[in-house]
Design a protein around this ligand. Structure first.
Ligand SMILES: *Cc1c(COP(=O)(O)O)cnc(C)c1O
Length: 382
């Protein structure tokens, strides 16, 4: 690519078509997809209801400004909050959802300090980048947004850092980019309890873990948490750009007219996709994801974790991290799998990350895992 800033390390292939959970590149090579476009296309690449919903909206109207009412926004917001006493702000990406959360938390509490965690990822714009506990992402961009401190994830000592001077604590229930590390349930509960006691808002970033990825609508629902703010994006539009910040209704006093906004927030094409995504994210669908995940985790435990190069397998549902020892480079594994027709991802700490579309059938889930087993086994014999 000649005319685009080289901000990404790209593989020399261009994906030009997709059907269900299979992709085709510009050389007509086909792949089984274990990436979902980085946790985005959870319903695959040819979901009929989403296609229909978007196609219908395309013939009606694409964009209206936020100067006017939008029943579609209210409908999708209702789908997102269900019966809970929460409100939604629509934006276009995960980083924007976290920006909205940071702004709302500061304005509502009148405080500025925020606690985040090492090894986290919250996005690339200034606020979200400043919340991201990864120096590699921040290098060269100083000065960052002030007032943000970091604690170690899953560290009991972090609880003592939750003091009344904080506006908010932000965390991922499973650190995605950081290496697919899940929070310990007891630790999460202690964080939530401390936030509640110290009147600090709890922001949960569900940009990667949300929309069914872990087998529940939001991963925090496994831990009986009641976050003040939840952010989502990636899977919400199944590939159309949309993000949302979901907050408790009492926060509305700080987000009145003129306080925050974005031109494309609540775009009707993106919402047409989101409404079809949420319609299909039923308890039955989620139960199906959990059933498939159980089978996947059995294979991971019995056939992948036992391989000499694998140090651990982490994650939840269909969000999986296979941690490799220092004798293999995850980049080499990804490339070899790609040649074998399987697309996979990496995460920090030499982690092979798998985010297959949630609609993938068991046969292809198992088929992909066998390919991974083959490639990782061959690495062992060196
Ligand atoms: C991807 C991601 C983001 C950033 O989302 P963008 O849409 O790329 O801005 C934020 N938080 C988490 C947990 C993510 O995985």
């Amino acid at each position: 690519m000649q005319y685009v800033f080289p901000t990404y390390n790209r593989f020399p292939l261009d994906i030009v078509a997709g059907e269900d959970w299979h992709l085709t590149d510009d050389n007509n090579k086909t792949y089984l997809d274990f990436t979902s476009g980085i946790g985005v296309c959870n319903f695959g690449y040819s979901n009929e209801l989403i296609q229909k919903s978007v196609a219908q909206q395309l013939t009606k109207i694409w964009h209206t400004s936020n100067l006017y009412e939008s029943h579609l926004q209210d409908e999708v917001a209702h789908q997102l909050v269900g019966t809970e006493d929460r409100l939604v702000f629509f934006c276009n990406s995960g980083t924007e959802a976290n920006e909205a959360a940071l702004k709302l938390a500061r304005k509502f509490t009148g405080k500025s300090a925020v606690l985040s965690f090492n090894n986290s990822f919250h996005g690339r714009t200034y606020g979200s980048m400043s919340l991201t506990g990864n120096p590699a992402i921040q290098t060269g961009f100083a000065p960052l947004v002030p007032g943000i401190s970091f604690a170690d994830y899953n560290d009991p000592a972090a609880i003592e850092q939750i003091k009344p001077d904080l506006a908010a604590v932000i965390l991922e229930v499973i650190q995605g980019e950081g290496g697919v590390y899940a929070a310990k349930a007891q630790w999460l509960k202690a964080v939530a309890k401390a936030c509640h006691e110290q009147q600090v808002l709890l922001i949960i970033d569900e940009v990667q873990t949300g929309i069914g990825r872990t087998g529940k609508r939001f991963a925090y629902q496994y831990y009986e948490l009641d976050p003040d703010i939840v952010t989502v994006a990636k899977g919400l539009g199944n590939g159309l750009p949309i993000g949302a910040m979901i907050g408790k209704s009492n926060l509305a006093v700080a987000f009145g007219p003129g306080s925050h906004g974005t031109t494309f927030g609540g775009n009707k094409i993106a919402l047409a996709a989101a409404t079809a995504v949420l319609q299909q994210l039923t308890p039955e669908f989620l139960a199906g994801v959990q059933t498939k995940a159980t089978q996947v985790w059995q294979t991971l435990q019995n056939e992948i974790l036992t391989l000499p190069v694998v140090t651990s397998v982490t994650g939840l549902g269909l969000m999986i991290g296979i941690h490799l020892d220092e004798t293999v480079a995850v980049a080499d594994v990804i490339e070899e799998l790609q040649q074998n027709g399987l697309l996979t991802l990496s995460a920090k700490h030499n982690t092979l990350r798998l985010l297959p579309p949630l609609v993938m059938d068991s046969t292809d889930l198992m088929f992909g895992l066998q390919k991974i087993k083959q490639v990782l086994s061959s690495k062992t014999q060196k």
